[in-house]
Design a protein around this ligand. Structure first.
Ligand code: F6P
Length: 346
């Protein structure tokens, strides 16, 4: 029999690129752990870097108040991948060994790792090394396998859709083609959702190979039909042969060359990751956080909390790792958009 939940000490870290909703998730785990279970909560600084360098602070319930709506992460984050590199000049003790040492020194019963694919992979490796770990999936890209949605995605889609809405009026005034590039890494979720939400005429995603001729033909046809402007929404991960240019610059130039029409590009960038989370992300992050604390109380370690058909369920970290959640070519949203005349460039 282990110690009661009252004596349990849990660590929380946020790793990888930040996204809206991280503080809501930290609050969800921490408050439930403290209020419902009487656990002690430790906030680890800057993702796995804090575990390697033993940098942390105790979090009291009052430290978790007033952070729900805040963007970023009160704990800081980093892209540290402890299983990938050694500390320069310090070969004798590996980063995973330092993490284990500090986990033991902090007297942790569980480490909650809030992050995307890389973080869940590291969490799984730590779990295989015998640490008690729980994963919480976050990323604006929505590409973590095993869950229907990650938090951060809805906020990014809101920001991207608002930006595309604003391009419509300026595109109309000048009768131009507007190419807007959104994030998503190798996945097209943000482009697909924001493109549909804001009425993109062309949506290009990495999962669907585009044909330049088809895009040009489609845009010329629109112009000939007296549609004065067009909106082209592209994911950053689409095929881009010009390595020194953004995907938007490349596509915009090709469109100008091939159609003779006037076009401008916009790269939305990091605004998609900043600022306050959407209410949907606040709710999802809170649900994940509270479920993670419940899982720790039940000692169901080695799992990631996931959303499936609107239920929160545990998914083994070993199943999540090395897979990606990408847009399938038969995704109903793609088919429905095509049925309305939206082009995916294929
Ligand atoms: O994973 C989130 C994300 O914003 C991706 O959409 C993007 O490709 C990447 O992170 C940017 O990473 P960094 O913060 O290292 O510049």
């Amino acid at each position: 029999m282990g110690k009661s939940t009252k004596g349990q000490r849990i660590g929380i870290l946020t790793a990888g690129g930040d996204c809206p909703g991280l503080n809501a998730a930290i609050r969800g785990v921490g408050k439930t752990a403290i209020v419902k279970y009487g656990m002690k909560v430790i906030g680890i600084s800057d993702g796995f870097t804090g575990m390697i360098h033993n940098e942390y602070r105790k979090l009291r319930e009052q430290d978790l108040s007033g952070i729900l709506t805040m963007g970023g992460t009160i704990l800081g984050t980093s892209r540290e991948k402890p299983f990938k590199s050694d500390i320069k000049g310090q070969k004798e003790i590996s980063k995973p060994a330092l993490i284990r040492k500090h986990y033991e020194q902090m007297e942790l019963d569980c480490l909650v790792c809030i992050g995307g694919n890389g973080t869940q992979k590291t969490a799984n490796l730590l779990s295989l090394e015998g640490l008690n770990v729980i994963g919480i999936p976050k990323t604006i890209d929505n590409d973590v396998w095993g869950t229907d949605f990650t938090f951060g995605f809805d906020s990014a889609v809101n920001i991207a859709a608002e930006a595309i809405d604003r391009l419509h009026s300026t595109a109309n005034s000048h009768k131009r083609i507007m190419v807007i590039e959104v994030m998503g890494h190798t996945a097209g979720w943000i482009a697909l959702y924001s493109g549909i939400a804001a009425g993109g005429d062309v949506i290009l995603i990495p999962e669907i190979e585009y044909n330049e001729d088809k895009i040009a033909e489609y845009l010329v046809h629109r112009a000939e039909e007296n549609k004065p402007y067009s909106i082209v929404v592209i994911a950053e991960g689409i095929r881009n042969p010009m390595k020194d240019r953004s995907a938007a610059q490349f596509m915009c130039n090709r469109i100008k060359e091939m159609t003779g029409l006037e076009a401008r590009e916009t790269v939305l960038g990091y605004v998609q990751r900043g600022g306050t989370p959407s209410p949907m992300d606040r709710v999802l992050a809170t649900r994940y956080g509270t479920a993670a604390a419940d899982m720790i109380a039940r000692r169901e370690y080695g799992n990631m909390v996931a959303l499936r058909n609107n239920d929160i369920v545990p998914v083994p970290l070993s199943e999540v790792t090395n897979k990606l959640n990408l847009v399938g070519p038969d995704n109903p949203l793609v088919l429905q958009a095509k049925n309305m005349g939206t082009s995916f460039g294929n």
